[in-house]
Every structure is written in structure tokens, then in C-alpha cells.
Design a protein around this ligand. Structure first.
Ligand code: GLU
Length: 443
């Protein structure tokens, strides 16, 4: 039976790279009807923080990755000590003060990586170095092999030691993790060999890079998953985007639910070249998920944000709100976009695009605006069709073109240079506010 694990260190928030690793483990475990383990690698007591641990757990839940087993390495310190003692007793490891080190001999270590194929390591390249990274030479002037630290001089167990013991005792069959861990793999194999345990299978996922080819940085999405939540990305959309960072369902398909991905996922199909993180692509995926939601679902998703902005309260007419959502949900990338695009519906203190105002709200339009205002005041049922009809009649009567007036009208009503159908916007704003704003725009 397949058993995969995600093993984050709570020394930072869960970010895109970590979430992608978690997701590939999750997809593989579920695809194989296996077990998905979450193991918190909190042995570094100085850098591990409760705040990070909580964020990791809540982000995992938000992304819908439910785990079957949960472990904390700090609960297992006695176990690591026990194994260190065992290796000392067998003469495979030795003490150096508080530290315990595994003797390393020159040998070749081969691993078969599911994504990369065979990788060979030569332990004679594991050279002992000083603080300045210079090789430490012996009396004859030769470099020396670096023994592997199992227990550090402060008495805490080292990452590779805990990792190898846990993967073995938890009966992890597949270790799927980032490419940055490849260099740790031979060290962990040495520990398995010393303990007489069988190593798992390995799959090292390709790096994720920014669009300029550099490592993923804060600018290119190496921010916490919880930040994406705050910005108004949807968890299923983020999952979908993360899947595409190294894997594809085939046939140029890009939008796929987690349930369907589980049916198709295979580690063998994961790319071995770097994946590029594209914010535009993520925005596109998120907009596709927003489009698929019903108006009511989007209202529910927006509710807290709209309330905290003071845009709606319990008395807000839901049908009216639904019309706004319907008009915008096909054009926004994130939930926060909605707030930016629609502020003018909810408040008279909306943001005005100053460039557009200067360009379009010109004094020579004063008379035209005043006539248009009169016509709008005369509309009986202020529907989008009637607003459009009135507008067009006025334009013709004034011997103008629609385009001469539509931009000034948009800026006057919304403060923005672009947006969806202005006649629908006007109808939702209502006759009173349309007339007020037109009168105010060119006093
Ligand atoms: N705790 C390690 C990390 O966060 C996990 C490494 C592994 O998956 O083996 O990078």
C-alpha cells in the first residue's frame, strides 16, 4: 500500500513551493488509494514557531488536503536518541561531546528517482570543511570524509536522521519532495543502511522559478498561501494552478478539479525541467473558477469583504447585489478585484481615475451633460434598455457619436475609464444617483 507524506518545517509559512509538494503527495496518495501523512518537522526549537505551524495546518485544510495521520517530531526525541545509541553500540556511530556522528566511508550510492531516473552519488565527495568552507586536511595533507551528524552538539537530532527514521518507521513508501533535497538523499540512504532499514522510493519535483528565470522570490509568488486567501483567490483554483507546476492532465487541458486530477495523476508524468510560476496564469485560472460559480456563491464568497469595507450591511438588497455580481463575475481575477471595480455602487466616496477625469470631463460638455441629465430624469422605468434608448436618441439629436459621450458618461458615473456595459451599470445605480452624479460631474 502506498504511503506518502508531506513534512514541512514550521520555520516559515506554507508558500507556493511547499503547497505544490504537499499537493503532489496528496494527489499521489489519493490516486493510489493510499495513506497521506502530515509530519511536522519541528526539531529546530529556535526557528520553529507555533504561528507558522498553525498557518501550515490551516492552509492545508483550506486547500482541501485532508491528512490521515499527523505527527510532530518533537514528540519523538526519545526515539531518535534510542536509535543513535543503537548505532553507537554497534560501532557505526561515535560520540563527539554531545554530538553523535555516523561514520561515512567512500562508496557509491545509486538511487532510482521516479522523475529523474538513476542518480549516482560518490560519498568521497562529502568532504569535511571548516567555517570558511575550506577543506579540512589531515596530517598528510589529504582531504577527509565528512561524517554525518545524527545528533547535534546541542543534543537535538539532525534533520536527515529524524527524516530517515520517521520515513522508515511510518512505512512511507514514496518520498516526493523538492529538487533542493536531492543532495540530502544519499545521506539519508547511508542512515538507512546503517540502521538496516529499507529506503523508500524517491521522486524529486522540479524547481519552481519566477518568470525571469530566477528562483521564486517574494515578488514571484513565494508568499504564504494564507496571503493568496486574503487576496481573494479560491482554494480550488489555487490547487488547480499548483498542479500545473510540473504536471499536466494532458490534451492541453488546464482547468481540472482535484477529484478529476486524482483519477489521472501519475508521478511518472511529472516534468523534470523547472516549472515557471506565472501570476497571470494563476489569475486566469482563478477567473475561470469565479466564472463557474453561481451569483449566490460569489455573493457568499464576497460577503465578509464587502461588510468589512462598509459596502453592504444586513439591510442590503440581495437582488440588487446579485445584479452587480452578475455583471462583474466574468471579468474579475480575484475577489479583491471586485471591490476595486465596483466601489462606486456602494459609496459616493469612490476612487476617481484622475487622468480619465481630466481627459473626459471637459467644460465644453456642460450643455450636453445638462441635456442628457434632463432626458435621464424623464425616463419612466430606468432599465438598461431604456437608458440606452434615451442615450442614443440624445446623441442623435445632438448630432454626436455615441463614442463622444460614452467615455465622459462612464467617468462621471463610475470614476473609471473602463468597465462592463454602462447602461447596465446606470440601471443598477438607479435614476436618482445617475442624475446626481451627472449634475455634480460638471458643476
Ligand atoms: N522538513 C523538510 C523541509 O521542510 C522536509 C524535507 C523532506 O521532505 O524530506 O524542507
Amino acid at each position: 500500500m502506498v504511503k506518502a507524506r508531506f513534512a514541512p518545517s514550521p520555520t516559515g509559512f506554507l508558500h507556493i513551493g511547499g503547497a505544490r509538494t504537499a499537493l503532489f503527495n496528496y494527489l499521489y496518495a489519493r490516486a493510489q488509494k493510499g495513506v497521506f501523512v502530515l509530519r511536522i518537522e519541528d526539531t529546530d526549537r529556535v526557528r520553529s514557531k507555533k504561528e507558522y505551524e498553525e498557518e501550515i495546518l490551516s492552509s492545508m485544510k483550506w486547500l482541501g488536503m485532508d491528512w490521515d495521520e499527523l505527527y510532530y517530531q518533537t514528540d519523538r526525541f526519545d526515539l531518535y536518541k534510542e536509535y543513535a545509541e543503537k548505532l553507537i553500540n554497534e560501532g557505526k556511530a561515535y560520540k563527539d561531546g554531545e554530538a553523535v556522528l555516523l561514520k561515512v566511508n567512500s562508496e557509491e550510492i545509486k538511487i532510482y528517482d521516479i522523475i529523474r531516473g538513476e542518480i549516482t552519488f560518490d560519498t568521497s565527495n562529502f568532504i569535511l570543511r571548516d567555517e570558511n568552507n575550506k577543506p579540512v586536511l589531515d596530517k598528510e595533507g589529504n582531504t577527509q570524509l565528512k561524517d554525518e551528524v545524527l545528533i547535534k552538539s546541542d543534543g537535538s537530532p539532525a534533520y536527515s536522521f529524524c527524516c530517515a527514521i520517521d520515513d522508515a518507521l511510518m512505512e512511507i513508501t514514496h518520498v516526493i519532495r523538492g529538487e533542493d533535497h536531492i543532495s540530502n538523499t544519499p545521506k539519508q540512504i547511508l542512515i538507512y543502511q546503517a540502521l538496516g532499514l529499507k529506503p523508500p522510493k524517491y521522486a524529486h519535483l522540479p524547481l519552481i522559478m519566477g518568470e525571469d528565470g530566477s528562483r521564486l522570490s517574494k515578488r514571484f509568488g513565494a508568499v504564504a498561501v494564507s496571503d493568496y486567501k486574503l487576496k481573494g483567490y479560491l482554494p480550488d483554483a489555487l490547487d488547480n494552478y499548483l498542479m500545473l507546476l510540473g504536471w499536466s492532465p494532458g490534451n492541453n487541458q488546464e482547468i481540472i478539479t482535484i477529484e478529476n486530477a486524482i483519477k489521472k495523476f501519475s508521478i511518472k508524468k511529472v516534468n523534470n525541467s523547472a516549472a515557471i510560476f506565472s501570476m497571470d496564469k494563476l489569475n486566469w485560472v482563478n477567473s475561470e473558477y469565479l466564472k463557474q460559480k453561481s451569483v449566490d456563491q460569489v455573493i457568499e464568497l464576497l460577503e465578509e469583504r464587502l461588510k468589512s469595507k462598509g459596502f453592504i450591511d444586513d439591510d442590503t438588497d440581495n437582488d440588487w447585489l446579485g445584479k452587480i455580481v452578475d455583471l462583474y463575475k466574468g471579468r474579475i481575477s480575484t475577489l479583491n478585484d471586485f471591490l476595486e471595480w465596483t466601489d462606486f455602487f456602494f459609496t459616493d466616496n469612490y476612487e476617481v481615475d484622475q487622468d480619465a477625469a481630466q481627459k473626459h470631463l471637459v467644460t465644453k460638455l456642460k450643455d450636453v451633460f445638462s441635456q442628457l441629465t434632463d432626458s435621464f430624469e424623464g425616463v419612466e422605468t430606468f432599465s438598461a434598455e431604456n437608458v440606452e434608448k434615451t442615450f442614443k436618441e440624445k446623441v442623435t439629436a445632438l448630432q454626436l457619436k455615441s463614442s463622444d459621450l460614452i467615455h465622459p458618461l462612464r467617468v462621471a458615473l463610475t470614476g473609471k475609464a473602463v468597465g462592463p456595459s454602462l447602461f447596465h451599470i446606470a440601471a443598477i445605480l438607479g435614476q436618482k444617483r445617475v442624475v446626481e452624479r451627472l449634475k455634480k460631474s460638471l458643476p
